[in-house]
Design a protein around this ligand. Structure first.
Ligand SMILES: *Cc1c(COP(=O)(O)O)cnc(C)c1O
Length: 414
């Protein structure tokens, strides 16, 4: 451990995992074993003894801990502190978009800026947990499909854990992602297909015993890392959840994770039964969840010819589709698609307010604008948007001008 300065990581804290459970059938699976999907081919969810956890974890003890992801240790699955693979997963700030809130006429508009995390995206939360658990369970080799940021996080955490990592991405994945994945020690392949087609290659290798498949929701622990967004949000807002959460939805891990987190917080007595309306935001060029929501069905059909500037949400088929749809419907929320032009315009509007969003974050703002104009959200609503990666990873237009230092320069004209 090189992180002995962090009191959250020094302390051997009790963990309270009791078992895992199929998200579709509820069938039980044993903890402390390596698991992929359930026999029904669906995601496994980690269950805890929350009554016992509530005796260790109180609001007061929490308040004294360093402000990072590991302060939630009693609600996380890693048993031994020595297995924790950490790069400093700091709590991310809520940044107010006040001018935009006034323009849209909503009570509050906050951006949870996940770009502050290691590797510049919230994939760090999921991969910190998934890789720590892989280490705990003795995995030596991991493969994963990615649209970019998940691969980058896997490369970083995998290298740190000394686990061999292989990453497959669509050939048009943002160049910075492809480079950072390789630079941080993974073998990265550009594949002439979309993320689910990369996933099929990974699944085939896993079935043949080559590597462990760390795809979104095909192993149980990424969601546990992502759920800390919900835990953190509740605490940051003084245990009062917002009215509406706009979440850029690809595989949906974060949305499903937060929905699970809120139930766990209620069981601990930290919050009541109130829940935010969960809004699944997708791009108009890849909106399988929106279509399934509108069609009133439980599973989403694959979206053909998926294309959007928001690479992180270009997921034509999500294995946790029914869990996303369930959370959205139970919460009284909705699913909404936004065209790329609106994503780009919203990103630009936020940048002019000093907040640099990634395209997926821009999609949540665009969706919020659309929802407000359609009366789907009200002037009294307190709204949280998720910006899932640093805007610095993505190309920006060149709006610079030239200046010749040898010519006469009139500073008043600049
Ligand atoms: C992965 C990713 C998403 C989608 O997250 P899910 O929880 O898998 O739906 C959104 N935005 C960015 C920037 C991402 O990297």
């Amino acid at each position: 451990m090189t992180t002995s300065w962090n009191a959250n990581l020094v302390a051997e804290r009790a963990t309270f995992v009791t078992h895992l459970e199929c998200g579709l059938t509820g069938r039980r699976y044993e903890a402390d074993r390596l698991h992929g999907l359930s026999e029904a081919g669906r995601p496994l969810l980690v269950r805890y003894d929350l009554a016992a956890a509530s005796r260790e974890l109180t609001r007061e003890t929490l308040a004294q801990r360093p402000r990072d992801l590991w302060r939630w240790r009693e609600l996380l699955p890693v048993r031994r502190t020595a297995n924790i693979v950490s790069l400093g997963e700091a709590e991310t700030p809520l940044v107010a978009l006040d001018a935009m809130a006034r323009r849209l006429d909503v009570a509050d508009l906050l951006v949870k800026d996940e770009g502050r995390l290691p590797t510049g995206s919230f994939k760090a939360r999921g991969l910190a947990l998934a890789v720590s658990m892989a280490k705990e369970l003795g995995v030596r080799k991991i493969a994963m499909p990615t649209n970019g940021n998940a691969g980058a996080a896997l490369a970083a955490y995998g290298s740190r854990a000394g686990i061999e990592t292989i990453v497959l991405c669509p050939e048009d994945t943002p160049e910075v992602n492809v480079r950072e994945i390789a630079f941080q020690g993974a073998r990265v392949y550009r594949v002439n297909g979309l993320i689910d087609e990369c996933g099929a290659i990974v699944a085939d290798g896993a079935a043949k015993g080559t590597w462990f498949d760390l795809s979104t929701l095909k192993e149980p622990y990424r969601i546990e890392g992502k759920k800390t967004m919900g835990l953190e949000l509740a605490e940051q807002l003084g245990w009062q959840l917002p009215d509406v959460i706009f979440y850029p939805t690809g595989g949906g891990t974060g949305l499903i994770g937060m929905w699970k987190a809120f139930d766990e917080l209620e069981a601990l007595g930290f919050i009541g039964p109130e829940r935010p309306r969960m809004v699944a935001v997708q791009a108009a060029g890849c909106a399988p969840i929106v279509k399934a929501f509108e069609d009133g069905v439980e599973h989403a059909a694959r979206w053909e010819n998926a294309r959007t500037v928001a690479a992180g949400i270009r997921v034509p088929k999500a294995v946790g589709d029914f869990l996303i749809l369930r959370a959205v419907r139970e919460s009284g929320g909705f699913a909404i698609a936004v065209p790329d032009e609106e994503i780009v315009a919203a990103t630009e509007a936020a940048a002019r307010d000093g907040v640099l969003l990634c395209p997926e974050g821009g999609a949540t703002l665009a969706a919020c604008m659309r929802a407000r104009s359609q009366g789907l959200i009200a002037p009294t609503d307190r709204v949280v948007l998720f910006n899932c990666a640093t805007g610095l990873k993505y190309p920006m237009p060149d709006e610079s001008r030239r200046l010749d230092r040898h010519a006469a320069i009139d500073p008043f004209a600049l």
